[in-house]
Design a protein around this ligand. Structure first.
Ligand code: ATP
Length: 290
């Protein structure tokens, strides 16, 4: 019962500014903070905090050793993260006094993985393991194919959304997780309703409204209301939800129970400021009264 996560690892570089720079303008930052980010890293941390054994498959450059160490500190198995001769993926996040932002994303090492690395990482995988991925690395379709061959539970989080990327894995996945905007984009792009995609389970997250689960085998479409909280920062809600959801299923929880716990974790997450570093663990969830 290992969750293999083919996922991005980013340095999130936050710069505080009096205003967002105009073209050609040079502006001194009034504050700087570096955090661990990337949807892949966030989901690995979330699943590890939900007590799953998580094997992250990814890549950094020499400048990303600190990120690998931080993942390790957070309980993620980092033995299949390679150090390549590329720059670590990073996001340059400019934030003005009103909280408005501009983001530049450099994928770097996240899109330089080799097939040999993925094949080797999945070498010992069995049908009781899960393979999770998002759209911030290369080799998604290759990995999904391998996961399917090995009989693993293959999970795809369709974010950042790209219809072609979903189309390339759709016949190889068992669970698709996406938010409501992504769900609308996908049905428009493929010209099919969600229940016509041939994926066994689809979970559509609806922000504060909770989520929907479409179960193709049972022919069910069920809504789960969200957990009521005072939201402070919704960044990382989706990643926390997906990491917890997969961890629950990996533990053998029925979908209903895995969704309920994932929603509690994501709701607690939106009451906190930050990303990977503040994803709640099971002890936090126990103490969380909502
Ligand atoms: P993000 O990109 O902000 O990380 P997302 O768009 O991928 O999120 P959402 O649908 O916004 O995903 O949220 C994922 C889950 O988090 C929801 O299904 C819900 O359980 C929880 N959640 C998000 N926002 C709230 C909120 N304001 N109150 C309670 N729960 C929330």
């Amino acid at each position: 019962m290992t969750i293999f996560n083919l996922g991005s690892i980013n340095a999130d570089l936050f710069y505080q500014l009096p205003h967002l720079p105009a073209p050609g303008e040079t502006l001194a930052s009034t504050g700087f903070h570096r955090g661990l980010g990337g949807k892949g890293a966030n989901m690995s941390v979330a699943a590890a905090r939900a007590a799953a054994h998580v094997m992250h498959i990814g890549a950094v450059g020499a400048d990303g050793r600190w990120a690998v160490e931080r993942l390790l500190e957070y309980g993620v198995d980092t033995r299949n993260i390679s150090e390549l001769g590329a720059t670590t993926g990073h996001a340059i996040i400019l934030i003005d006094a009103a909280g408005e932002n501009q983001i530049v994303l450099y994928p770097g090492a996240n899109v330089a993985l080799g097939q040999g690395q993925v094949t080797a990482a999945l070498g010992a995988a069995t049908p009781s393991d899960s393979l999770m991925m998002q759209n911030e690395t290369n080799l998604q379709s290759f990995a999904a194919g391998l996961g399917r061959q090995k009989g693993m539970r293959v999970v795809y989080a369709a974010a950042p959304f790209d219809a072609d990327a979903v189309g390339a894995v759709i016949d190889r996945i068992d669970l698709l997780v996406l938010n409501k905007v992504e769900a609308a984009q996908l049905t428009a792009a493929l010209g099919q309703p969600l229940d016509g995609l041939g994926v066994a389970d689809i979970v559509v997250t609806l922000g504060a409204e909770g989520c929907r689960h479409l179960d193709a085998r049972a022919g069910l479409d069920r809504h789960y209301p969200g957990v009521e909280v005072e939201a402070v920062d919704t960044t990382g809600a989706g990643d926390t939800f997906t990491g917890y959801l997969v961890a629950g299923l990996d533990r053998g929880m029925p979908m209903e129970q895995a969704i309920a716990r994932a929603q509690r974790a994501a709701a607690l997450m939106v009451t906190r400021q930050g990303t990977a570093d503040v994803i709640p663990d099971l002890k936090d969830l126990e103490a969380f009264r909502a």
